[in-house]
Design a protein around this ligand. Structure first.
Ligand SMILES: [Cu+2]
Length: 310
């Protein structure tokens, strides 16, 4: 039973004669938008659609002046198990008296090439076009810190795996929709007895290293319960932020240039962001400009785990 049906059942039980709905369209609730970057970056919008009509409907188009391109997207695991985002030109169906959620890691509205910064509390105007009921304009608040599955003001909510931050791809040069999510299910390595940096390396390898595509990790810098590492795999490189929870290292996100910025680290739960950043940048610089450039070649940010302290 969908959530909406559950609501309906509860309402029907409460009122023996159930009143007709006042409107015929699709009701939109719990809308929010988030973005990891400024102008030119990408973002995503999530909401719940409830079809209060006796006929099926379908969200077929979206439009907003907040981005150069606005599309309906979903996530799907490819043959290699790697999660990818893709455009869904046919849109999202909402059956009669059913609901359909756009949520992190699933269906979403993709904003590509933001025309302005999305700051918490900003409001975006989004036009939704439904196949049966036509256009509906909604106001969407920006909530960059919202966790997957969390309701507004529900700050105690759960973590989750790779979310819908959507770094790159979409044939837009600066983006590539591939998420390094395929190996998330790898068993956690036993890192007891290892030094912090060896434990970080073991954690990254458990998640991303494969015989065909070996991963090298260097340098690793640890400060308290956070670690930054540079990695290389084939001709690709990037950086990873890790966090230790209950003694276990977890990969929070992968990215490129952002991970050298204290402000970005602070945004993702690193308490001593300035210190960690200085230590890491010095260690990486020590390996030479070529190494730094390779790690900076990773475009966008891929969320692997939600930071616990966010
Ligand atoms: Cu997307």
């Amino acid at each position: 039973m969908t959530r909406f049906q559950t609501l309906m059942a509860a309402a029907t039980a409460a009122f023996l004669s159930f009143p007709a709905f006042a409107h015929d369209g699709v009701r939109i609730t719990e809308a929010y938008a988030r973005s990891m970057g400024g102008v030119g970056a990408s973002g995503a919008i999530f909401f719940l659609m409830e079809n209060h009509a006796m006929e099926d409907d379908r969200l077929i188009a979206v439009a907003s002046d907040v981005a150069q391109k606005v599309e309906l997207h979903t996530h799907k695991a490819g043959d290699d198990g790697v999660m990818q985002m893709m455009h869904v030109p046919e849109g999202f169906p909402i059956a009669a008296m059913e609901s359909h959620a756009l949520e992190r890691g699933g269906d979403h509205v993709m904003l590509m090439g933001l025309t302005r910064d999305l700051k918490d509390g900003d409001v975006i105007t989004l036009t939704l076009t439904f196949e049966r009921t036509g256009d509906q304009v909604i106001e969407v608040p920006v909530d960059n810190a919202r966790k997957p599955g969390a309701k507004a003001h529900d700050m105690g909510a759960m973590g989750g795996t790779a979310d819908g931050t959507m770094p790159k791809g979409h044939n837009m040069g600066a983006m590539d929709g591939t998420m390094h999510k395929g190996h998330n299910m790898a068993a956690m390595p036993d890192t007891s007895g290892l030094s912090d940096s060896d434990a970080v390396i073991a954690t990254l390898k458990a998640q991303f290293d494969t015989p065909e595509n070996p991963l090298t990790v260097d340098p690793v810098v640890v400060d308290g319960d956070h670690a930054l590492a540079s990695w290389a795999q084939g001709d690709k490189g990037g950086r990873a932020l890790l966090e230790r929870r209950d003694g276990v290292w977890q990969v929070i996100l992968c990215g490129g240039p952002d991970l050298r910025m204290p402000a970005f680290l602070a945004q993702h739960g690193v308490t001593a962001a300035e210190t960690l950043s200085q230590m890491f940048n010095a260690a990486e610089d020590g390996l030479g400009a070529e190494k730094v450039a390779l790690s900076s070649s990773f475009e966008g940010v891929v969320m692997i785990t939600e930071p616990a302290s966010e």
